[in-house]
Design a protein around this ligand. Structure first.
Ligand SMILES: [Zn+2]
Length: 502
């Protein structure tokens, strides 16, 4: 269980970043395209950008306002080459002269990003580490919500991105890597993001590229020289996890997956890539814990977003499918131990004063929120799978991935999906696990055993504190002849049971 806390710490950050980069609806036809050139100056901690914006359908209006980092200066705008006036207040850019007939809107700006970077992960409960955007001598991280590039709410965008930096500095963003060129004192990185998203993050570092193709998915590893010996094992593990989860969950939602080394300790999960701190990468358990967790987030958290207003189901599901399921596949005893660890954490950390229903979980800031939003939620998915069976469970997840790609889903959407896949009414199940806080408290009373003919009979009562849950409790009796197991339906405060063993 040594690996539990750290991967959770690493991967919790997804909440901060991915929902802000929500994709467009699958039905959305209209999009904006950025053709963007960014020059990075590490010494000045500054970027200089020129962005040519076009629309997929000229009949659709341009946005009235653009979000752009409040740090932006020297903003200039032209419409089909003609200068435009603009207003820029508190990160909001408006272009009152922009005409509906404008074909190419060109914006240029500069911005200084210098958030301090953390040195340690230990003890940091804020998974964003407080870094929204930083250009540093060791590298660059510009989060989606830093608005390092212009975005407009409701206007999903694709991008062709060219990033120019000092020689050796390779930039990474959403989409496909088109190429990296070393030209004199500069290195130029080219990316093409074809999945419409309102915002996207950018990182850059002094990294070396390992690249391959697997089932039409580009696999990219970008590690520093000192971590090059790990590149092949990350590449191979990524390939295996993509195969496993594609089989379980349906097609991988992006055209590439990149594992990228960061120059400060993070575990960011981004659409089609993950950004992992340089020292963290070397920890032996990351390959079998954080990496699959981030890959599963491609399906839940990035492709299928979370309707946060009704609670965050995504961390529990991702924890269940990565951190837990891999143990189940390799060793049932480890899987059982993992479930017990979840229960122990819940029992020891959560009390009536700090408990809350799963519906109220949004993101993790402390161990109690982790025990509920990750741990209890993972157990809810485990109980759901036990209740409806494997086939409807996996079918439901594949439907969720397909039907909600580019959309957000709520707990109610999950209930509907699993009701359809199983043919069962699940209202009580979801209500008691999502809307109720606390957990059942069970005990055995009046147990007795006696011999009847050649068999043993065990009788007793399962008692639970009111108000009672609807539960299916597996009872197991171990004898010299083997195990007898029976599932007892429990609905009331007191449920008698009787088992007979051969
Ligand atoms: Zn996560």
């Amino acid at each position: 269980m040594k690996i539990l806390n750290f991967p959770l710490l690493l991967t919790a950050c997804l909440l901060v970043f991915s929902h802000l980069a929500t994709q467009a609806s699958a039905n959305e036809q209209f999009e904006i395209t950025h053709t963007l050139t960014v020059e990075l100056s590490l010494e000045d901690r500054q970027l200089k950008a020129t962005d040519h914006l076009t629309r997929s359908d000229p009949k659709n209006p341009w946005p009235l306002f653009w979000h752009l980092a409040p740090q932006a200066t020297d903003i200039q705008a032209t419409a089909d080459g003609q200068p435009l006036t603009h207003q820029f207040i508190d990160g909001k850019l408006s272009l009152p002269e922009l005409l509906a007939t404008t074909e190419v809107l060109t914006l240029s700006w500069q911005a200084h990003f210098a958030d301090p970077i953390p040195e340690q992960t230990v003890g940091i409960e804020d998974p964003s580490y407080g870094v929204r955007a930083t250009i540093h001598e060791k590298g660059v991280f510009l989060s989606a919500q830093s608005d390092w590039l212009p975005s407009a709410a409701g206007y999903p965008a694709t991008s062709r991105l060219t990033v120019i930096g000092p020689r050796g500095l390779i930039a990474v963003s959403n989409g496909l890597l088109l190429g990296i060129e070393h030209k004199g004192v500069h290195t130029v990185s080219h990316w093409h993001n074809r999945t419409p998203q309102t915002r996207q993050a950018l990182s850059a570092g002094f990294l070396e590229l390992s690249q391959t193709e697997h089932n039409n998915t580009q696999l990219v590893i970008l590690f520093s020289k000192e971590n090059q010996s790990l590149a092949l094992s990350y590449l191979e593990a990524t390939r295996q996890y993509l195969d496993l989860y594609t089989e379980l969950l349906g097609p991988y939602p992006y055209d590439k997956f990149a594992v990228v080394e960061n120059f400060y300790p993070t575990g960011y999960g981004l659409p089609g890539w993950t950004l992992i701190g340089n020292r963290v990468l070397r920890l032996p358990f990351i390959l079998t814990s954080s990496l699959p967790h981030e890959i599963v987030h491609a399906w839940w958290g990035n492709s299928v977003g979370v309707d946060y207003g009704s609670g965050n189901w995504c961390e529990g599901l991702t924890t269940y499918l990565a951190d837990y399921l891999l143990k189940e596949l390799s060793n049932p005893n480890e899987a059982r131990e993992y479930r017990l660890k979840i229960l122990r954490d819940y029992a020891s950390l959560v009390n009536s004063g700090n408990d809350f229903p799963l519906r109220d979980f949004h993101s993790r800031h402390n161990k109690v929120e982790q025990a509920i939003g990750y741990g209890k939620a993972a157990m809810v998915f485990h109980m759901l799978r036990q209740k409806i069976g494997d086939q409807p469970f996996w079918l439901g997840l594949r439907q969720l991935a397909r039907d909600f790609s580019g959309e957000t889903a709520s707990w109610s959407d999950l209930q509907n999906i699993f009701e359809k896949s199983s043919g069962e009414k699940l209202g009580n199940f979801f209500e008691q696990w999502i809307d109720r806080k606390e957990a059942p408290q069970l005990s055995l009373q009046e147990t007795l055993h006696y011999q009847l003919n050649s068999n043993w009979v065990i009788e007793g009562k399962i008692i639970q504190q009111p108000p009672p849950y609807q539960l299916e409790i597996p009872l197991q009796i171990q004898t010299e002849q083997g195990n007898s197991r029976q599932v007892i339906e429990v609905e009331a405060g007191e449920t008698p049971f009787r088992l007979e063993t051969p």
